[in-house]
Write a protein that binds this ligand. Structure first.
Ligand code: XMP
Length: 244
């Protein structure tokens, strides 16, 4: 039997399914079904939309229904009216959708949040990113981005697993908001950096799992690593909004 902490850890890992070419789309949709039954859920975004069309997004959401969180990552950054149109046409069937916090509240995120709520989905805001360039503009503005997040009151925020100290700062400012952290594996973050060191609720892992010949084993491997690092952090979600 799987140790308790590994069982908890695997429910903290969201798998990003990003096809690099058209031929990957069906393989990743098959994977959606497999990993949704095991992990915390899936995230799909622009690569899936570009290579598989809106049908592939809808299919990913359908295949994962009842099996975990379905996150749509278009990183929306437009006026509220346009973000609402995008949400209305693409986010049906998803549990959450990601937008940039820098768009701001008035005429922007307040409208998107309402549109998502009407669709039964939740808003997740990017307040910092996992790549080094986040240090050029976003991170010097972190306090302002967190102030936007405090005003918008999204269900979740995205903060980088590659910089757990930023995740910890976000956690301190937003103690009850779900934190999702990408950047594990291919971008250099170690499994557990965001959850164990920063207090994130979920880690998002893409290529490290999706490129593996055995994605479910790779997902369990990530969970085992997290569980070995901080079993005590896994018993309860820090926010009460995380996995049940
Ligand atoms: P890899 O293959 O690098 O995939 O594990 C990472 C996934 O996460 C997304 N990503 C981000 N999303 N803010 C976000 O909202 C970020 O800082 C960020 N960094 C990576 C990326 O789109 C991919 O799906």
């Amino acid at each position: 039997m799987e140790p308790l902490a590994v069982g908890e850890a695997v429910k903290r890992v969201i798998v990003a399914l990003d096809p690099a070419r058209r031929g990957d789309v069906d393989r990743l949709l098959d994977m959606a079904k497999q990993v949704c039954g095991v992990g915390a859920g899936i995230k799909v975004g622009l690569p899936m939309l570009a290579l598989g069309g809106s049908e592939a997004l809808a299919e990913a959401a359908r295949l994962c229904k009842g099996g975990g969180l379905r996150v749509l990552d278009l990183k929306l950054a437009d006026i509220g009216y346009i973000m609402r149109l995008a949400a209305e046409s693409l986010s049906r069937g998803f549990d959450a959708a990601i937008a940039h916090a820098f768009v701001g509240y008035e005429g922007g995120l307040v409208e998107l949040k309402k549109a998502l709520e009407d669709l039964g989905a939740r808003l997740v805001l990017v307040v910092s990113m996992s790549h080094p360039g986040s240090g050029e503009v976003l991170d010097p503005c972190l306090d302002k981005l967190l102030a936007v997040a405090r005003r918008v009151e999204p269900w979740g925020v995205v903060a980088p697993a590659t910089r757990p100290e930023v995740v910890a700062r976000v956690r301190e400012t937003l103690p009850t908001t779900v934190i999702m952290s990408p950047g594990v594996g291919a971008q250099g973050g170690r499994p557990g950096d965001a959850i164990c060191l920063g207090g994130a609720d979920y880690e998002i892992v893409g290529r490290m799992v999706a490129s593996s010949p055995d994605p479910v084993s790779a997902l369990r491997g990530v969970a085992e690593y997290i569980a070995a690092r901080c079993p005590e952090k896994l018993l309860h979600s820090s926010t009460g909004n995380g996995p049940s």
